[in-house]
Design a protein around this ligand. Structure first.
Ligand code: C2O
Ligand code: CU
Ligand code: CU
Length: 525
């Protein structure tokens, strides 16, 4: 065994100290827009892309030294893909990361044990309708020096997807390190609508982070004593005290007095945002995870859980010369956790200029596209699935499960290819969990309050109130839904086109990494 020298006083002097977010002045940097990636070549009509995962340093705020990050193509967030419906692309994902992880890996978590190399990566296209071998199965990770080439058919309508790391047991750390980027699919029907576009169509990827004074990322570790119940550094949720948009801490964006389209993504590990504009004006919600709604919905508040997307139009026409803050008031954890403070309540600032550079000819159409509801009677199977958190005697969370099972338990969800199913998510925890299914875009049917204690005693659902319809912004296609605390949430999904192995999971990444993820298999008849 090699000798190890510990010199505590020196370590203490050298080790970075957590940064007080008050030291980062708000709205001083302008909002970066991730660059759109070009293919390397076109082979047999299929554009071929190449993306390399690398380590680098990047300025995330004017007052912060450059931050050591991992990202795609030396940038955080990664480059944006622009794809067209029906035009497949292929992407070679190359792992060129260092061989040591710089964030606290917990080797007691599923798939992150000592035997596995510490640095593993695999890319998932979130919201993609893709064959299983290109979906980025959590166990299909590859190590530095290796690559995987995935085919994305883009056989789906215009919608805002994103890609991010999905390696088993360390997804929360890899995404926190910077491994995430955007992927927009466009189609002719959406293009014909004359929505704001070009410089008036802006992606907003919202993520929270915490820093040390030397600019490095701070990721929390458990302060509970090591015991069989708490064997490692895993924490049940990580919340940053600084809010970044497109990789910049509290940026600002100069806007003209005209309409804008914002593609809002929550790319945070665990933080929910309840967004509003300090001007009190509404967002006109035009789309959800899976693309356009049927009609725009005016909403002054937008609750966005991790991995959810909201597509909105905001009209700055009558606000010349005003500075408008984009704010958040969601508790963390949501809904019963700590309230926001003066820092986490701020997301970014819009600075409305006095003049437009050209006339605003874009429109907000009263009708966007038909979104037919899937009829409940078309479902051939109803699945009841519980969400459970495990805690120690002092109520400290030690893990969480879907239907009482771990990642390694045998597959229990195996829908027939081409069939329609209704899933009832029975939330027995104190928190809301964003539940995500790979492969499909589904619809939210309703949420209904129920008696949790009665369920725990008898495994019978006793409803305590009427079912509530989805929020107006949830009436389109979704791939991630808030399974609300105290409610049974129902979704309806059609499992089409591809048979094989996928996953469904909670998109709070700390939960996903600690057993709140299950494989599922679409079975060909
Ligand atoms: Cu956004 Cu399975 O993930
Ligand atoms: Cu996904
Ligand atoms: Cu969860």
């Amino acid at each position: 065994m090699p000798l190890r020298f510990n010199i505590p006083s020196l370590l203490a002097a050298d080790s970075p100290q957590p940064l007080d977010p008050a030291r980062l002045k708000k709205f001083v940097d302008s909002l970066p827009i991730p660059r759109v990636l070009r293919p390397k070549r076109i082979a047999k009509g299929i554009p071929q892309y190449e993306v390399t995962m690398t380590a680098f340093r990047q300025k995330l705020h004017r007052g912060l030294p450059p931050t050591y990050l991992w990202g795609y193509n030396h940038t955080y967030p990664g480059p944006t893909f622009e794809a067209g419906t029906g035009q497949p692309i292929s992407v070679k994902w190359i792992n060129h990361l260092p061989t040591r992880h710089f964030l606290p890996v917990d080797t007691n978590i599923h798939g992150a044990d000592m035997g596995a190399p510490a640095v593993r990566a695999v890319v998932h296209l979130h919201g993609g309708h893709v064959p299983p071998e290109s979906d980025g199965y959590p166990e299909s990770w590859f190590t530095p020096g290796n690559s995987a080439t995935y085919l994305y058919p883009n056989n789906q309508p215009a919608m805002p997807l994103w890609y991010h790391d999905h390696a088993l047991g360390i997804t929360r750390l890899n995404v926190y390190a910077g491994l995430a980027g955007l992927y927009l699919i466009r189609d002719s029907a959406e293009n014909a609508l004359n929505l704001p576009r070009g410089r008036q169509e802006i992606p907003l990827l919202i993520q929270d982070r915490a820093f040390n004074t030397d600019g490095s990322l701070f990721y929390p570790v458990s302060d509970l004593p090591v015991s069989p119940e708490h064997p490692g550094p895993w924490v049940p949720e990580s919340f940053g005290n600084a809010i970044l948009v497109n990789g910049m801490v509290w940026p600002h964006l100069a806007v003209e007095p005209r309409k804008y389209r914002f593609r809002i993504y929550n790319g945070s590990n665990a933080r929910f945002y309840n967004l509003s504009l300090s001007s009190g004006q509404p967002f006109f919600v035009i789309g959800s995870d899976g693309g356009l709604l049927e009609t725009p919905q005016g909403m002054t508040q937008l609750l966005v859980a991790p991995a959810e997307r909201v597509d909105v139009v905001v009209d700055f026409t009558s606000l010349r010369g005003m500075n408008i803050q984009f704010t958040n008031d969601a508790n963390a954890p949501f809904p019963g956790g700590d309230p926001v403070d003066e820092h986490t309540s701020q997301v970014m600032e819009f600075r409305v200029m006095r003049h437009t550079s050209s006339r605003d000819t874009s429109i907000l159409p009263p009708f966007l596209r038909p979104v037919p509801r899937i009829s409940e009677s078309s479902a051939t199977l109803l699945r009841d699935l519980t969400l459970v958190e495990q805690a120690d005697a002092d109520d400290n969370p030690t893990g969480s499960f879907l239907n009482g099972m771990t990642w390694d338990d045998p597959v229990t969800e195996s829908p027939q290819l081409g069939s329609t199913e209704i899933w009832r998510l029975i939330n027995l925890t104190d928190d809301t969990h964003p539940i995500h299914l790979h492969l499909v875009q589904f619809q939210v049917l309703d949420r209904q309050p129920f008696d949790e204690e009665a369920y725990e005693a008898t495994s019978q659902i006793v409803f305590t109130g009427p079912p509530l319809p989805p929020e107006p912004n949830e009436m389109g296609w979704k791939d991630t839904v808030r399974a609300n605390q105290g409610a049974v949430t129902r979704l309806i999904a059609r499992f089409t086109d591809y048979a094989g192995r996928y996953v469904w999971h909670c998109h709070i990444l700390e939960h996903e990494d600690n057993d709140m993820m299950r494989p599922y298999v679409v079975v060909a008849p």
